[in-house]
Design a protein around this ligand. Structure first.
Ligand SMILES: [Zn+2]
Length: 65
C-alpha cells in the first residue's frame, strides 16, 4: 500500500511527492530538480539519496572512488 502526498521540495522549493510504501519505506522525489530521498520509515535511516550538486549516496551499493 502506497500513500502519496505533495510537499515542497527541500532542495528547490517546487512541488515534490512524498510516498510511504507499505509503512516501511519513505520516498521523496522532485521532478523539477531530480531530488530523491529514500528512507526507512521506522528508523529514518537513509537508504538512497540524490540531489543535483550533491554527490549521490546509496547505502545498499556504495560507489567506491
Ligand atoms: Zn526540487
Amino acid at each position: 500500500m502506497t500513500k502519496t502526498q505533495t510537499i515542497h521540495c527541500p532542495n528547490c522549493g517546487d512541488r515534490a511527492t512524498r510516498s510511504v510504501i507499505d509503512n516501511s519505506i519513505k520516498r521523496t522525489a522532485c521532478e523539477s530538480c531530480d531530488y530523491l530521498l529514500i528512507q526507512c520509515f521506522k528508523t529514518g535511516k537513509v537508504i538512497e539519496a540524490y540531489a543535483p550538486g550533491i554527490k549521490s549516496f546509496c547505502a545498499i551499493n556504495p560507489v567506491s572512488a
